[in-house]
Design a protein around this ligand. Structure first.
Ligand code: ADP
Ligand code: FRU
Length: 289
C-alpha cells in the first residue's frame, strides 16, 4: 500500500436535502440536514485511506468546533494531519449545499476566508516518507513552488494534480506533474468544446509525457496515455442516484489507487468509474465493503 500525501482543502459541508431544486426568491424546507467534513483533497484521501493506503493531509484549519469536526473525521479515517496549519482565528472554509432528492444533484455555495496552505508550510514536510503526492490546482504560484521542490528533491516521486476550476496561469502547473485529473467543467472552459477527446489531445500536444484523465459525469471518463492512446469508460449509475457530492473526488481516489497498484490504465479507468458510480447511490464517503 502506498504512503500518500494530499495537499488541498478540507471544508465544513452543510448539506440540506431538498425535495426539488427551488426557484429563486422562494422559501422551502429541507427534508434533512447533514453537517460533515468535505473538500476535494480530503475527500480523495478519505477514500484512499479506506482502500488501504496510508494517507497524510497538508492543508489549513482553524481552532474551534468547525476545525475539530474536520480533524476528528480525518482521525476517524486514520489520516495523519500533522503537517496541517491551524489558525487561531478565521472561519473554516464552508460549503452550503443543496442536495436535490429527485436526481442527487448538488449545488454548492462556497465561502472561504482563510489563508491557503503555503509553500512555507509545505517545506516543513519530510517528503522522503511518501511514495505518492497529490495536489489540488488552487493558488497557482505557491503550488508551482511546491511541485518544483518535490520534483527537484525526489524526481521519482509521482505527482498527481487535480484541475477542477479555471484559474489564471493554471497551465504552468501542468508541466512537471505525472498525472493530470481534469474536470469536465475545466475541459469545457479550456477547449470551448463539449468533447473530452479534443480537450485531452490539445493538452497532450503541450504536455506529452503526462497521463491525462478527464471525468465526464454520467458519460463516464476518458484517459489519454503518453503514447497518445485514448481510453474511455462508461459510467456505472446506481439503481437510484442519491448523492453526487464528491463523485469527482472519489473518481480521483480510484485513479490514484489503481496507479499506485500499477494496474493497466484501462482497468483503472473502469474501476474509478465503478467506485464513483457506487458512491452516487449512497450518502457520504463511507465505502461499503
Ligand atoms: P464532479 O463531482 O467533479 O462534478 P463528475 O460529475 O465528472 O465529477 O463525476 C466523476 C465521476 O463520477 C464520473 O466520471 C462518473 O464515473 C461518476 N458519476 C458522476 N455522476 C454520476 C451518475 N449520476 N451516475 C453514475 N456515475 C456518476
Ligand atoms: C465536493 C467538495 C465538497 C466541498 C466542495 C469544495 O467535491 O469537495 O465536499 O464542499 O467540493 O469545492
Amino acid at each position: 500500500m502506498a504512503r500518500i500525501l494530499g495537499i488541498g482543502t478540507a471544508t465544513v459541508d452543510i448539506i440540506n436535502t431538498v425535495a426539488n431544486y427551488p426557484a429563486e426568491d422562494t422559501e422551502i424546507r429541507a427534508i434533512k440536514q447533514r453537517v460533515c467534513r468535505g473538500g476535494n483533497a480530503t475527500n480523495t484521501l478519505v477514500v484512499l485511506s479506506q482502500l488501504g493506503h496510508h494517507c497524510t493531509w497538508g492543508g489549513v484549519g482553524v481552532n474551534g468546533p468547525d476545525g475539530q469536526l474536520v480533524l476528528a473525521e480525518l482521525a476517524h479515517y486514520a489520516i495523519d494531519t500533522s503537517p496541517c496549519r491551524i489558525w487561531g482565528q478565521g472561519k473554516m472554509p464552508t460549503s452550503y449545499i443543496l442536495l436535490n432528492q429527485q436526481n442527487g444533484s448538488r449545488t454548492i455555495v462556497h465561502y472561504r476566508d482563510l489563508p491557503e496552505f503555503s509553500f512555507n508550510d509545505f517545506q516543513r514536510i519530510n517528503l522522503s516518507t511518501f511514495n505518492w503526492l497529490h495536489f489540488e490546482a488552487r493558488q497557482v504560484a505557491e503550488t508551482a513552488q511546491m511541485i518544483e521542490q518535490a520534483k527537484q528533491q525526489y524526481p521519482q516521486l509521482p505527482i498527481s494534480l487535480e484541475v477542477e476550476k479555471a484559474r489564471p496561469q493554471i497551465e504552468q502547473l501542468f508541466t512537471q506533474v505525472d498525472v493530470l485529473l481534469f474536470s469536465k467543467t475545466f475541459a469545457q472552459y479550456y477547449s470551448h468544446a463539449n468533447q473530452a477527446e479534443l480537450f485531452l489531445r490539445s493538452i497532450h500536444s503541450q504536455i506529452p509525457r503526462a497521463c491525462l484523465i478527464c471525468a465526464w459525469g454520467i458519460a463516464g471518463a476518458y484517459a489519454l496515455t503518453p503514447t497518445g492512446d485514448l481510453l474511455q469508460s462508461q459510467a456505472f449509475p446506481p439503481t437510484q442516484v442519491v448523492d453526487t457530492l464528491g463523485a469527482g473526488d472519489v473518481f480521483n481516489a480510484g485513479i490514484i489507487d489503481g496507479l499506485c497498484r500499477q494496474q493497466p490504465l484501462a482497468i483503472i479507468l473502469t474501476q474509478a468509474c465503478q467506485l464513483a458510480g457506487n458512491q452516487c447511490g449512497r450518502e457520504g464517503l463511507q465505502l461499503i465493503s
